[in-house]
Design a protein around this ligand. Structure first.
Ligand code: FAD
Length: 514
């Protein structure tokens, strides 16, 4: 079953969640004006799957059920699947800025890999249980939010060491028919307008943290769940050319004695598998984030070019503007190319899905996280200061100033003021509004802070192979007879002194690396 955007909106009416926005209780998520830009953006992921021209990108066959499902909910099994997801997410984000729904697929992939490993290691029955749940979501075209990032409290302490109760979501009771969870997940995209949440651990866990090693699914309106959310985008603001229509809400999820039946529990205390889940999810998600921000970059490139034109300048004939545009293009296509490489060199996971190659996924996400501010800077530089100085749309028809504005704030003679103002407001919306701050912060921290990517790059990169390369040219054991200690310590599975379990991702042959 594939829903349309209207059917998706309607489906939200079946839920009665406890949602508050800025201290105001939300009566109906589907109708709340503060949430419309988010619901609109999510709706695009539904409508595009119904359009014939987008079907090859937006619809995929789920190998475990044989059914066609929305690409945002799919488990990839080939490198072509990874590439198709990348293209689909870029397409969706060109339209919406951020399509949000891809989080579901990333969560599914993390759980797909972890449950399989955990069953083999511990004799649990999570994988079949998870497949049943995933098929239910896919078959009903639902969307699940990712509730992974805990409140975390004091970052220097492990979950069980925290002084403030609830800093990490934990199992507080195990009953005959399920578990009870308590705690706070602090940052959840689209929280008010998801059908369900995948509650996942956000880090590796030790034996003492066992009760925090929990993965499960919880409906939007589970008794005991409170969602404190922010408006999606800039609803109702006239100047918000883009984010008045499309935006993203974020919510904090407070779990107070929330009961989860066993058929929705996918990890319960097997602490050794927490890191596998976190890391698998992160690799898929960082790969997806690359495409999402490339779609946003496409909007920046287009809006900057239009602004220059409205100003009367042609980047093709103005050397320094051409240079800035090339920098912008290089940045966007540079990190996107890492997404393509991660897809092409995707690695088959023992669970049966296809993982994006981790080094390229993490480098792409890292480049994007560090360069998003340059992207905004370049758009500011070529556009000029008018983008933050333009009188508001209310002045457009102010009889005192309308004629003067139309004359004096015109750029190129044949482009009317209204059109120039339209583009300027779009550039402001994307680069200098509160929503622009959202885009930079999600690029920086969404999917993990840059440090997390650096750790993964170092952990997965075959430095030892490079050492051997050089040793072949020089004498083997050129430094010491025992070999290179640095390279040995950086290899997967040797990342920390507690001896965590690394996902068994085969290494990409060195010859394939650029
Ligand atoms: C717009 C947006 C949307 C998001 N959507 C979701 C979502 O849908 N679901 C979800 O689960 N999460 C989501 N996230 C959360 C995201 O994954 C986190 O922001 C990210 O993992 C960083 O965690 P944090 O924000 O708690 O920052 P912190 O962990 O507090 O990090 C802040 C800084 O401290 C450093 N640091 C943290 N701990 C340590 C330590 N122990 N030792 C040394 N340095 C440390 C970090 O490297 C970083 O530089 C979203 C984030 C954003 C910004």
């Amino acid at each position: 079953m594939f829903m349309s955007s209207e059917e998706y909106r309607e489906s939200l009416r079946a839920y009665s969640p406890t949602v508050s926005i800025n201290g105001r209780r939300v009566e109906s998520v589907a109708d709340d004006p503060d949430l419309q830009p988010g619901i609109n953006a999510m709706g695009v992921t539904y409508d595009f799957a119904l359009r014939n021209e987008y079907r090859p990108l937006m619809v995929a066959t789920q190998h475990t059920s044989g059914k066609d499902v929305n690409r945002m909910l799919h488990i990839p099994t080939t490198t072509a699947d990874l590439l198709a997801k990348l293209e689909a997410v870029r397409l969706l984000c060109q339209e919406t800025g951020c399509a949000q729904r891809y989080l579901t697929g990333d969560g599914f992939n993390g759980l797909f890999q972890m449950t399989k490993r955990c069953d083999e290691d511990k004799g649990t029955e999570y994988h079949a249980r998870f497949l049943d749940y995933m098929h239910h979501v896919q078959d009903n075209d639902l969307t699940t939010g990712i509730a992974m990032t805990d409140a975390k409290g004091d970052r220097s302490l492990r979950p069980h060491e925290q002084i403030v109760q609830g800093s990490y979501v934990k199992v507080t009771e195990r009953k005959r028919d399920g578990i009870v969870i308590n705690g706070v997940k602090a940052i959840v995209t689209s929280a008010p307008y998801m059908h369900e949440f995948l509650v996942l651990p956000c880090r590796n866990m030790t034996r003492e943290d066992s009760d925090y090693a929990v993965a499960c699914a919880v409906p939007l309106d589970a008794p005991g769940l409170t969602i404190l959310a922010r408006p999606a985008g800039r609803p109702g603001e006239k100047a918000a050319k883009f984010s008045g229509k499309y935006g993203q809400s974020l919510g904090a999820l407070i779990f107070e004695d929330v009961f989860v039946p066993w058929d929705k529990v996918f990890l319960d205390g097997e602490y050794e598998h927490s890191e596998v889940l976190t890391r698998s999810y992160a690799t898929h998600h960082r790969h997806t984030c690359i495409a999402a921000r490339a779609g946003f970059g496409d909007l920046l490139i287009g809006a900057s070019a239009l602004m220059m034109e409205a100003n009367g300048l042609n980047p093709g004939t103005t050397p320094h503007l051409k240079d800035r545009m090339v920098q912008l293009i290089k940045t966007v296509e540079g990190f996107y190319a890492c997404g393509i490489a991660a897809s092409t060199y995707g690695v088959s996971d023992p669970s049966g899905n296809m993982m994006p190659e981790p080094v390229y996924s993490n480098i792409g996400k890292l480049l994007m996280a560090e360069q998003i501010y340059d992207m905004h800077r370049l758009a500011h530089e070529v556009s000029g200061g008018l983008i933050v100085a333009l009188p508001g749309p209310e002045e457009d028809h102010n009889p005192l100033a309308e004629a003067t504005l139309a004359e004096s704030l015109r750029g190129r003679a044949d482009i009317p003021y209204e059109q120039r103002a339209e583009v300027a407001r779009l550039v402001e919306d994307l680069t200098a509004s509160k929503e622009a701050g959202w885009y930079s912060t999600i690029s920086m921290h969404g999917g993990g802070s840059p440090e997390a990517m650096k750790l993964e790059i170092f952990r997965n990169y075959p430095i030892q192979d490079k050492v051997q390369l050089v040793e072949k040219l020089l004498d083997r054991g050129v430094l010491t007879k025992a070999g290179s200690a640095i390279s040995d310590a950086s290899q997967p599975g040797q990342c920390c002194d507690t001896g965590c379990t690394a996902p068994e991702t085969p290494k990409v042959p060195d010859s394939k690396r650029a």
